[in-house]
Write a protein that binds this ligand. Structure first.
Ligand code: BMA
Length: 389
């Protein structure tokens, strides 16, 4: 009897949100690799946070398009565990995305990363369908409404989704299987800079836009290799976070984007506090809604603080259970007044400290994962499979 009680107690304490057997992607027809990814994103949370980088294999601060290269690899000898890619301008049939990455190269990088067990997430800074300008040119009250069913830009918007669909469907593993991707459209929706932003549509309109997008890709285009990520910008309450949440049946992953903009001791302390507060709220929402939490974009451009990785970032996130974190792109030189990068390159001030961060046992890179652990179904108990650390 005593044994039975201790067994029941063990079951009770060991069952947590990271191992809920009932949870599965919102797409009931998700491919087997997509289901495995979903499950493993969840179960790996008990080991740590997967580290990701936008456009990592495409370019770095002082280089572009050199096969196999990565700023992270230059420093650590290792690749990230997760990669972000961008589809902006695919809607216009361009061959290069808005950051000049050829879509054909992005496809190749995705295939290579997938073969290593890397996780892929895709953003889409799509143009404003109403005025034909960039994503950052809102038409308050009109642009989101214009693409909804029966409205003037609905057909145009669906033709844009057709192009996204063609790209996603072209992503294949070596046995011809569809490569799973985490699609994160309409991000930072609680800010006002994008045409889908806070004051530019009602919650109902945003919800309709989201539903239209997901059901078009999933049911009309029959794409079953997508996990859908909902991601806001920084937020100050759960109510704010959920103001335009499109519903549990429409979202797999929940996250937010948060950048450090202010330097010095005060800037560091503010960032730690803000991140910690937001991650605590995100953790709670994830438990309540049974969703996978992630830090969908983060960074401190040019990382002027040489100990930022362990003294600021790790302090803010290290004790939180999140599936992954995506550092934004190492664009490098953009103009005489602007340089942009979020992970160090060789010789950058925070390089050594990044290596320390890389060695933290709960920060996961390529060396901590492999194809099997991510894309093949494994027993839910993390102790059943080996991490390399
Ligand atoms: C922004 C900047 C831009 C880029 C855009 C989309 O944060 O990095 O240079 O065009 O993201 O990737």
């Amino acid at each position: 009897m005593k044994k039975l009680f201790s067994y029941l107690f063990f079951i009770a304490v060991s069952s947590n949100i990271y191992a809920q057997p009932t949870s599965s992607p919102i797409d009931k027809k998700a491919t087997k690799e997509t289901k495995a990814l979903y499950k493993n994103l969840r179960s790996l949370m008990s080991k740590g946070i997967m580290f990701g980088h936008q456009d990592d294999p495409a370019y770095g601060v002082n280089w572009k398009y050199q096969p196999g290269r990565s700023d992270i690899k230059d420093i650590t000898g290792d690749y990230p565990a997760l990669y972000g890619f961008e589809l902006g301008r695919i809607e216009l049939d361009h061959t290069l995305n808005l950051d000049s990455v050829p879509f054909d190269s992005a496809r190749r990088y995705i295939e290579q990363a997938y073969a290593r067990g890397g996780v892929i997430t895709i953003s889409w800074h799509l143009n404003n369908p109403l005025n034909g300008e960039v994503a950052w040119a809102p038409e308050p009250g009109r642009a989101v409404a214009s693409v909804l069913p029966g409205r003037e830009k609905n057909t145009l918007y669906k033709s844009w989704l057709d192009k996204v669909a063609t790209f996603v469907l072209s992503l294949k593993g070596k046995n011809g299987e569809p490569i799973p991707v985490i699609f994160r459209p309409f991000h930072e929706l609680n800010g006002n800079w994008f045409w889908w932003g806070k004051d530019h549509c009602t919650p109902q309109e945003f919800e309709q836009l989201w539903h239209l997008t997901v059901s078009y890709l999933k049911d009309k285009k029959n794409i079953h290799q997508i996990l859908y990520a909902f991601s806001t910008d920084k937020f100050s309450s759960k109510e704010e976070y959920l103001a335009k949440y499109p519903g549990d049946e429409w979202v797999d992953i929940i996250g937010f984007d948060s950048y450090q903009r202010k330097g010095g001791a005060e800037g560091n302390a503010d960032y730690i506090k803000a991140m910690d507060t937001m991650l605590t709220m995100l953790d709670e929402i994830a438990v309540e809604k049974n969703k996978i939490p992630a830090l969908t974009e983060f960074g401190y451009s040019e990382i002027p603080d040489s100990t930022w990785w362990t003294n600021v970032l790790y302090k803010a996130i290290g004790h939180h259970k999140i599936s992954y974190m995506l550092a934004w792109r190492n664009a490098g030189y953009k103009s005489p007044t602007e340089t942009e990068y979020y992970v160090p390159y060789k010789g950058q001030a925070s390089e050594k400290n990044f290596i320390k961060f890389y060695q933290m046992p709960n920060i996961l890179f390529q060396k901590n994962i492999n194809y099997k652990m991510i894309y093949q179904t494994v027993p839910l108990s993390p102790s059943k499979y080996k991490l390399n650390k």
